[in-house]
Design a protein around this ligand. Structure first.
Ligand code: AMP
Ligand code: ZN
Length: 466
C-alpha cells in the first residue's frame, strides 16, 4: 500500500487519487534567472522519483512543472544584460533541460511558463477581488489574509495574534497594505519602460505565488492530487497558494502535499544567496558523471537532509560503476537452461523489498539496499555457476523494473557483436599497413567511443570491452 507523509495532516497517509488509476501532480519548478544548483536538482529528482514510482504502481500520471520566468531578479538581470526577458531566460531554460536530461529525469507532461499565463493569473486575481479576498492599494493588489481563517493550516504557524483584523486598524495607515502579512498578487508597473502587462486590473506584473495557483488549476483542475516542492516552500509560498486557490474556489486545492528536504553543505542549505553552491556543471567539470550525481542525490530518502561532500560523490561514482558492471556481467553470463528455485526466491524477495521500501513514503535507501543485496547474491551465484537461463531472464527484467523508478543502471548500450568489432580492427590494421595513420587513429577512436579498448601485443591486436 503506497503511503506518503502529507504535510497538510502531518501524518503518513495511504495514497488514493481522486480518479481511480490517475494521478494529477504539480511540482514547483525552477526560477530561471541563473543555472540551477544541485540542491535544486535534488528536489527535481525527487519529483522524478515520485512520478516514476506512481507509474510503476500503474497510475497514469499528469505531472505539471512550472517555469518561473518572470520575477524581480530576472527583470533586473535581463535589464542589466540589455535583453528581453525571453532572450535572457532562454539560455537558462536550455541549460535546465540539458541538466534534466543528463540527470536522467523524465520530462513532465506539461511545463507551463509564467509569462505565457498572465491572463489566467489576472482572471484569478479578479475572482479574488470580487470575493473580497483581495484589494487594491497604491495600484498594486494584495491578498487579504484576514479573509481566510484557514491561513496557516499547512505550515501550522499560528497567525491569530499577528493579523491586524477589522478591530485593530490603528497602525495600518502606515502601510500600503492593510496588514503587514498580506502579500502581493499583482505589482503595479505603471511606466511603459517597466516590465509589465496591460490588464483590466491595471498595468502590472504578477507576484510569484499567484502563478502557481493559476497554472496548477488550469492544467489539473481546482482540486488535484499531489503538490510537491522543496521544504522551503511550505511557508509562505504554499500557504499562499492555498489561500489564493481555496479563497477563489471554496474547494480543497490539493489533497496531498509532499515536501522534499534540502541538500546541505556543512549544515547549511545549499543556496545561491549563501554562495555555498555547486551547479551541475561545476560538478561535471570536476569529472563526476551525471549518474553519480543522480545516485548520490537519491541515495537518501527525500524526507531527510543530505550533506554534500565530494567524498560522498566519489563513493556514488564507485557504486554506480559497480551496478553497471553487475548488469554487464549478468548480461554476458553464459547459462544453461533451467531455473534455480532458490535464486528465483531471492529475486522475488528483492522485488518485494524494493516495493515495500518505496511504498513506505518513498524510502529509496531501503529500495537501494534490496538492490545491493540482490547483486551480491547474484554475483555469488554467477561465480558458483548457479545462475540458470530462467533466472537470468527474470533478473534482467527486474533490473529494468528497478530502473524504471531509480534509473541508476542507465540505458542499455547497444552491444556490438564481436564480428563487427573484429571487422573494425581488421580495417585499422589494413590502414596501418598502408601507413594511413590518420585513418588508423580514427578507427581506434571510433572503437574507444564504443567502449572497446585495443592492446597491441606481439601476437597481434587484442581487444576488450571497457
Ligand atoms: P528555485 O529555482 O529557487 O525556485 O528552486 C527550485 C526548487 O528547488 C524549489 O522546489 C526549491 O524548494 C528547491 N530547492 C532550493 N534549494 C534547495 C536545496 N538546497 N536542496 C533541495 N531543494 C532545494
Ligand atoms: Zn510554486
Amino acid at each position: 500500500m503506497l503511503k506518503f507523509r502529507n504535510t497538510l495532516s502531518g501524518k503518513i497517509e495511504e495514497f488514493r487519487p481522486m480518479r481511480e488509476g490517475e494521478v494529477s501532480m504539480y511540482y514547483c519548478g525552477p526560477t530561471v534567472w541563473d543555472y540551477g544548483h544541485i540542491g535544486n536538482f535534488r528536489s527535481a529528482l525527487n519529483a522524478d522519483i515520485l512520478r516514476r514510482y506512481l507509474k510503476f504502481k500503474g497510475f497514469k500520471v499528469t505531472h505539471v512543472m512550472n517555469i518561473t520566468d518572470v520575477e524581480d531578479r530576472i527583470i533586473a538581470k535581463s535589464q542589466e544584460a540589455g535583453l528581453t526577458i525571453d532572450d535572457y531566460t532562454a539560455k537558462y531554460i536550455d541549460a535546465l533541460w540539458e541538466d534534466f536530461d543528463a540527470l536522467g529525469c523524465e520530462r513532465p507532461e506539461i511545463v507551463p511558463r509564467a509569462t505565457r499565463h498572465v491572463p489566467e493569473m489576472v482572471a484569478l486575481i479578479e475572482r479574488l477581488m470580487a470575493s473580497n479576498h483581495a484589494y487594491k492599494s497604491d495600484g498594486s493588489i494584495y491578498y487579504r489574509i484576514a479573509s481566510f481563517p484557514d491561513y496557516g493550516k499547512l505550515s501550522k504557524i499560528n497567525f491569530a495574534g499577528n493579523i491586524a483584523g477589522a478591530s485593530d486598524r490603528i497602525d495600518t495607515d502606515r502601510y500600503e497594505k492593510e496588514d503587514a502579512r498580506d502579500f502581493a498578487l499583482w505589482k503595479e508597473s505603471p511606466s511603459p519602460g517597466e516590465t509589465g502587462w496591460d490588464a483590466p486590473i491595471g498595468r502590472g506584473r504578477p507576484g510569484w505565488h499567484i502563478e502557481c495557483s493559476a497554472m496548477s488549476m488550469k492544467y489539473l483542475g481546482e482540486t488535484f492530487d499531489i503538490h510537491a516542492g522543496g521544504i522551503d516552500l511550505v511557508f509562505p509560498h504554499h500557504e499562499n497558494e492555498i489561500a489564493q486557490s481555496e479563497g477563489a474556489t471554496g474547494k480543497q486545492f490539493v489533497r496531498y502535499w509532499i515536501h522534499f528536504e534540502h541538500l546541505k553543505v556543512e549544515g547549511e542549505t545549499m543556496s545561491k544567496s549563501k554562495g555555498n553552491y555547486y551547479t551541475f556543471r561545476d560538478v561535471a567539470a570536476k569529472g563526476f558523471s551525471p549518474a553519480a550525481v543522480r545516485y548520490f542525490l537519491l541515495s537518501v530518502p527525500y524526507n531527510k537532509q543530505i550533506n554534500f561532500t565530494f567524498d560522498a560523490l566519489a563513493g556514488a561514482e564507485k557504486t554506480v560503476a559497480g551496478l553497471k558492471d553487475f548488469r554487464a556481467r549478468l548480461t554476458e553470463a553464459k547459462t544453461s537452461s533451467g531455473n534455480n528455485a532458490a535464486l528465483e526466491a531471492t529475486t522475488a524477495q528483492a522485488a518485494q523489498e524494493f516495493e515495500a521500501g518505496m511504498d513506505d513514503d518513498l524510502n529509496t535507501s531501503v529500495a537501494l539496499a534490496a538492490i545491493h543485496n540482490l547483486t551480491r547474491d547474484v554475483n555469488t551465484a554467477i561465480t558458483s555457476k548457479k545462475l540458470l537461463e530462467d533466472n537470468k531472464l527474470q533478473l534482467l527484467e527486474l533490473l529494468k523494473r528497478f530502473d524504471s523508478v531509480l534509473n541508476i543502471f542507465g540505458e542499455e548500450r547497444h552491444e556490438m557483436l564481436d564480428t563487427e568489432i573484429q571487422n573494425l580492427i581488421d580495417e585499422r590494421q589494413e590502414a596501418r599497413r598502408r601507413r594511413d595513420f590518420a585513418r588508423a587513429d580514427e578507427l581506434r577512436d571510433e572503437l574507444a567511443g564504443l567502449g572497446i579498448i585495443l592492446e597491441d601485443t606481439k601476437d597481434g591486436v587484442r581487444w576488450k570491452r571497457k
